[in-house]
Ligand binder design. Sequence first.
Ligand SMILES: *Cc1c(COP(=O)(O)O)cnc(C)c1O
Length: 436
Amino acid sequence: MKQKKYILQDSELPRQWYNIQADMPNKPMPILDPKTKKELTKEDLYPLFAKECANQEFDREHAWIDIPEEVMEQYAVYRSTPLVRAYGLEKALDTPAHIYFKNESVSPLGSHKLNSALAQAFYCKKEGVTNVTTETGAGQWGCALSYAANVFGLDAAVYMVKVSYAQKPYRKSIMNVFDGTVTPSPSMSTRAGKNILTVNPNYSGTLGTAISEAIELAMTTPNCKYALGSVMNHVCMHQTIIGLEAEKQLEMAGEYPDIVVACFGGGSNFAGLSFPFIRHKILGKKDTRIIAAEPFACPKLTSGTFEYDFADEAGYTPLLPMYTLGHDFQPQNIHAGGLRYHGAGVIVSQLLKDSYIEATDIKQLDAFKAGVLFARSEGFIPAPESCHAIAATIDEALKCKEAGESKTILFNLSGHGLVDMAAYESYFSGDMVNVQ
Ligand SMILES: *Cc1c(COP(=O)(O)O)cnc(C)c1O
């Protein structure tokens, strides 16, 4: 297996995140209070989020934000993550395309989510918060926040989507290792959960429901803040460490990407990899195609509408201007739990509206077929979510082959699939279907 890896020395690591809001020609539309329809300010978010995160959420002025020293110290545990030239996959596809992947699966928890969890836990600690709460789909975000809370001495309470809790029991164990408390959602411990279970006792849960439960806990517990793993502007910004490193690493390889691909749940790993490259598009210097790969079963970018909608199912959150399938949309139980979300971040939504990015939808069986080919040619077993990015990358690489064109494609390996083997088992047994 021939691979080439690019790694940054500690002294070369980016020390600032990129805040794309400062550079966007059309700023995202304001988020609104659902009752008054008035524009929300950062002060409105202070009761729920760490202050610094709320400030970053609304910052349209500063393009570069310093990464706190304490967070840099924690990043040093696993960063830089390798940028890898995927010679094996190129050969398997017999494509003239140059394929690179950014390997975020090497973080201690196996996904990109730690990049924001560490930042959010640190900001909570700094302002004297003692407890954090959140929701988790496939379990990756709950694991990341439990780890980060443990690092900074906070208590973490995690609501885990019930279907994932059953499908991925080891994710719960990982959260327990890092001292996180895990509750399957919907639960009877919140009003939001009770309301849903009363109507539908067998409800398998969604990220939207779990968000409602975590917000309710944060609002009713003293000194407790809520931390989101995706969608929000500040989360997307923390993730830009991925693309900023990749930009430097590609430079070492003497390349610049023609196509950038990432899978899309709420948009954080997509934003993280792509925003630094979209920066050059906005500044008029490059014409890179930026592709979001979403599941066919939850196609908000390719089939949703751009409108104001709630970020959660129960309607507790502010109204966000975004591409959405409707906050009551109930996606089928696909194995890529992290992509089962009805909406999208407001920055990414605006960028799609303004044609800076494009989207494609991937069927579940195609995603796993791509994931298995990738594992056999590159050695890493991808998370079901990441399989969507790989499938979209393969589509583009095969187009290059047809056209006899050598393009440089960069995709994000957002996580590994070693705790998702039940999904691969279902694929190999022939039980898996292309759910609508
Ligand atoms: C959570 C997760 C995703 C989806 O979330 P985004 O915010 O869209 O990035 C993708 N891949 C992995 C491995 C995840 O854990």
